[in-house]
Design a protein around this ligand. Structure first.
Ligand code: ZN
Length: 164
Protein backbone atom coordinates (compact mmCIF):
# COMPACT_ATOMS: atom_id res chain seq x y z
CA UNK A 1 0.00 0.00 0.00
CA UNK A 2 1.40 3.34 -0.96
CA UNK A 3 2.20 5.93 1.65
CA UNK A 4 2.69 9.69 1.72
CA UNK A 5 6.15 10.52 0.35
CA UNK A 6 7.83 12.98 -2.01
CA UNK A 7 6.29 12.96 -5.47
CA UNK A 8 2.78 12.01 -4.28
CA UNK A 9 -0.26 14.22 -4.52
CA UNK A 10 -2.05 13.94 -1.21
CA UNK A 11 -5.63 14.97 -0.52
CA UNK A 12 -6.55 15.82 3.04
CA UNK A 13 -9.38 17.15 5.11
CA UNK A 14 -8.14 19.30 7.96
CA UNK A 15 -9.16 21.55 10.79
CA UNK A 16 -6.67 24.11 12.10
CA UNK A 17 -6.96 25.53 15.62
CA UNK A 18 -4.81 27.77 17.80
CA UNK A 19 -3.69 27.15 21.41
CA UNK A 20 -7.09 28.28 22.72
CA UNK A 21 -8.92 25.81 20.52
CA UNK A 22 -10.28 28.58 18.31
CA UNK A 23 -10.80 27.35 14.77
CA UNK A 24 -8.64 29.27 12.30
CA UNK A 25 -9.25 27.36 9.09
CA UNK A 26 -10.68 24.14 7.71
CA UNK A 27 -10.87 22.37 4.39
CA UNK A 28 -14.00 22.65 2.30
CA UNK A 29 -16.51 19.97 3.30
CA UNK A 30 -17.23 19.10 -0.32
CA UNK A 31 -13.67 18.96 -1.63
CA UNK A 32 -10.45 18.12 0.18
CA UNK A 33 -7.26 20.14 -0.14
CA UNK A 34 -4.65 18.74 -2.54
CA UNK A 35 -0.95 19.26 -2.11
CA UNK A 36 2.27 17.90 -3.61
CA UNK A 37 4.28 16.20 -0.89
CA UNK A 38 7.94 17.25 -0.64
CA UNK A 39 7.38 20.55 -2.44
CA UNK A 40 6.78 22.75 0.62
CA UNK A 41 3.17 23.41 -0.40
CA UNK A 42 2.18 23.15 3.26
CA UNK A 43 3.94 24.19 6.47
CA UNK A 44 7.03 22.14 7.26
CA UNK A 45 5.82 20.76 10.59
CA UNK A 46 2.68 19.32 9.02
CA UNK A 47 4.45 17.93 5.96
CA UNK A 48 6.96 16.10 8.18
CA UNK A 49 4.25 14.44 10.26
CA UNK A 50 2.18 13.32 7.28
CA UNK A 51 5.10 11.44 5.69
CA UNK A 52 4.42 7.72 5.81
CA UNK A 53 0.65 8.09 6.31
CA UNK A 54 -1.86 6.01 4.36
CA UNK A 55 -5.32 6.78 3.05
CA UNK A 56 -7.73 6.72 5.96
CA UNK A 57 -5.15 7.73 8.56
CA UNK A 58 -6.09 10.50 10.98
CA UNK A 59 -3.20 12.57 12.22
CA UNK A 60 -3.14 15.23 14.92
CA UNK A 61 -0.13 17.52 14.76
CA UNK A 62 1.04 20.44 16.88
CA UNK A 63 3.30 22.71 14.84
CA UNK A 64 5.43 25.34 16.62
CA UNK A 65 5.88 28.70 14.82
CA UNK A 66 9.42 27.74 13.70
CA UNK A 67 7.91 24.93 11.61
CA UNK A 68 4.78 26.90 10.78
CA UNK A 69 4.61 30.51 9.65
CA UNK A 70 7.68 31.66 11.58
CA UNK A 71 8.08 34.03 14.51
CA UNK A 72 6.56 37.51 14.59
CA UNK A 73 9.82 39.35 14.01
CA UNK A 74 9.18 41.25 10.80
CA UNK A 75 8.49 44.66 12.28
CA UNK A 76 5.42 46.55 13.39
CA UNK A 77 2.16 47.41 11.72
CA UNK A 78 2.02 50.62 9.72
CA UNK A 79 -0.56 52.54 7.75
CA UNK A 80 -0.90 53.15 4.05
CA UNK A 81 -3.43 55.29 2.19
CA UNK A 82 -6.16 53.36 0.46
CA UNK A 83 -5.52 55.55 -2.57
CA UNK A 84 -2.16 53.79 -3.02
CA UNK A 85 -4.02 50.64 -4.13
CA UNK A 86 -5.39 50.18 -7.63
CA UNK A 87 -9.05 51.18 -7.82
CA UNK A 88 -9.94 47.61 -8.81
CA UNK A 89 -8.67 46.20 -5.51
CA UNK A 90 -11.10 46.05 -2.61
CA UNK A 91 -8.98 45.81 0.54
CA UNK A 92 -10.14 43.26 3.08
CA UNK A 93 -8.72 42.01 6.35
CA UNK A 94 -6.12 39.28 5.80
CA UNK A 95 -5.44 40.22 2.18
CA UNK A 96 -1.80 40.11 1.14
CA UNK A 97 -0.29 43.17 -0.53
CA UNK A 98 3.25 43.97 -1.59
CA UNK A 99 4.95 47.08 -0.26
CA UNK A 100 8.22 48.48 -1.58
CA UNK A 101 11.07 47.83 0.81
CA UNK A 102 14.08 50.04 1.45
CA UNK A 103 16.05 48.50 -1.39
CA UNK A 104 13.10 48.65 -3.74
CA UNK A 105 12.33 44.95 -3.33
CA UNK A 106 8.73 43.83 -2.88
CA UNK A 107 7.87 42.94 0.70
CA UNK A 108 4.66 41.05 1.52
CA UNK A 109 2.35 42.72 4.04
CA UNK A 110 -1.04 41.67 5.33
CA UNK A 111 -4.05 43.93 5.93
CA UNK A 112 -5.16 43.95 9.55
CA UNK A 113 -7.64 46.85 9.42
CA UNK A 114 -9.45 48.95 6.84
CA UNK A 115 -10.65 52.27 8.22
CA UNK A 116 -12.02 54.60 5.55
CA UNK A 117 -9.10 56.03 3.59
CA UNK A 118 -6.52 54.36 5.84
CA UNK A 119 -5.35 50.76 5.73
CA UNK A 120 -3.29 49.19 8.51
CA UNK A 121 -0.89 46.49 7.40
CA UNK A 122 1.38 44.06 9.25
CA UNK A 123 4.63 42.73 7.73
CA UNK A 124 4.07 39.51 9.70
CA UNK A 125 1.95 36.67 8.32
CA UNK A 126 -1.35 36.52 10.27
CA UNK A 127 -0.31 33.11 11.64
CA UNK A 128 3.30 34.08 12.46
CA UNK A 129 4.07 33.33 16.09
CA UNK A 130 1.04 31.04 16.36
CA UNK A 131 1.31 27.40 17.44
CA UNK A 132 -0.81 25.47 14.97
CA UNK A 133 -2.93 22.47 15.93
CA UNK A 134 -3.99 20.43 12.92
CA UNK A 135 -6.43 17.52 12.84
CA UNK A 136 -5.93 15.89 9.47
CA UNK A 137 -7.51 12.95 7.67
CA UNK A 138 -5.74 11.58 4.61
CA UNK A 139 -8.45 10.86 2.03
CA UNK A 140 -6.51 10.34 -1.19
CA UNK A 141 -3.09 9.58 -2.58
CA UNK A 142 -1.74 9.29 -6.12
CA UNK A 143 1.47 9.75 -8.06
CA UNK A 144 2.11 13.33 -9.19
CA UNK A 145 2.03 13.99 -12.94
CA UNK A 146 5.14 15.32 -14.68
CA UNK A 147 3.46 18.73 -14.96
CA UNK A 148 2.80 18.81 -11.25
CA UNK A 149 6.39 17.90 -10.47
CA UNK A 150 7.62 20.65 -12.80
CA UNK A 151 5.25 23.25 -11.33
CA UNK A 152 5.90 22.16 -7.76
CA UNK A 153 2.23 21.97 -6.82
CA UNK A 154 -0.85 19.78 -7.17
CA UNK A 155 -3.40 20.25 -9.94
CA UNK A 156 -6.56 19.00 -8.26
CA UNK A 157 -8.25 15.60 -8.21
CA UNK A 158 -7.06 14.25 -11.58
CA UNK A 159 -3.93 16.32 -12.19
CA UNK A 160 -5.65 18.67 -14.64
CA UNK A 161 -6.95 21.23 -12.19
CA UNK A 162 -5.63 24.37 -13.83
CA UNK A 163 -4.12 25.60 -17.04
CA UNK A 164 -0.80 27.31 -16.61
ZN1 ZN B 1 0.64 24.30 -12.07
Amino acid sequence: MSTVEAGKVVSIHYVLRDDDGTELDRSDEASPMFYLHGAQNIVAGLEEKLAGSKVGDEVSVTVPPEKGYGPRNRGKTFQIPRSSLPATVTPTRGMQLFASGQDGQKVPVFITKVNGPTITVDPNHPLAGVTLHFDVKVVGLRDATDDEKTHGHAHGPDGHGHGH
